[in-house]
Design a binder for this molecule. Structure first.
Ligand code: B16
Ligand code: MG
Length: 216
């Protein structure tokens, strides 16, 4: 593509790896309800909203709950998760992220967050990146979860850039689909055999540069 005019980053799995914290909290909840929840099961929750994650968990355990019970269970999971992320620091930023953000700043390319997480601002503050982002679009600002493009379209609008001039970084299938539905160039962070439909793939942000995107 031509030189990007803006970059949109997913949070969990792209900037930091919070999947293990999510996993432990969901597993504790599952165990309390009397069933197990494996790491393979946890893959299904990546990029998925909290409420939808709970629905998947209950489906795995073959457990039925009413809306009020679901609300209470989601709150219980979140309480444990929030406790876990309260000790995070900038050592948990994934390799190459700081350097790439620095390059974007040097090139005057604005960047925003596009995350499904309602805890995104807390995490960004914990890892000292909150003030680096030009806009933060997260689970608190959107009405439709990924794969709906809303989160990334809001990001492009906040940065006043056309969708086709934006690059999205995503580690979840739902997020890749959201980026493509928004009409953006999408870089998948992870295994191309698992993540389908991205325009480019990397394992770590250390492989990324503005030049690499521009040459594609
Ligand atoms: P919360 P992302 C997503 O963040 C996570 O991948 C997903 O596992 C989680 O359920 C979702 O946020 C909601 O998180 O419970 O903190 O609101 O990958 O879109 O940055
Ligand atoms: Mg993610």
């Amino acid at each position: 593509m031509a030189k990007p005019k803006a970059v949109l980053f997913d949070l969990d799995g792209v900037i930091v790896d919070t999947a293990t914290h999510h996993y432990k909290a969901w597993k504790a909840l599952a165990n309390e309800m009397g069933f197990d929840f494996t790491e393979a099961d946890n893959e299904r929750l990546k990029g998925v909203s909290r409420v939808e994650s709970l629905n998947i968990l209950l489906e795995i355990g073959n457990v039925e709950k009413n809306d009020q019970e679901k609300e209470q269970l989601a709150a219980q999971k979140n309480e444990q998760y929030v406790k876990a992320i309260s000790t995070m620091d900038d050592s948990e930023i994934l390799p190459g992220v700081k350097e790439f953000l620095q390059e974007l700043k040097q090139e005057n390319i604005p960047f925003a967050l596009g995350s499904a997480s309602k805890n995104a601002p807390t995490i960004l503050k914990q890892i000292n990146l909150y003030h680096d982002f030009d806009a933060i679009i997260d689970g608190n600002s959107i009405s439709k979860a990924k794969p709906d493009p809303e989160v990334f379209l809001q990001g492009a609008e906040a940065l006043q850039v056309n969708p086709e001039d934006c690059v999205v970084f995503e580690d979840a299938q739902s997020g890749i689909e959201a980026g493509k539905a928004a009409g953006m160039y999408v870089v998948g962070v992870g295994n191309p055999e698992v993540l389908k439909g991205a325009d480019d793939y990397i394992t770590h942000m250390t492989e990324m540069s503005v030049e690499r995107i521009t040459k594609k």
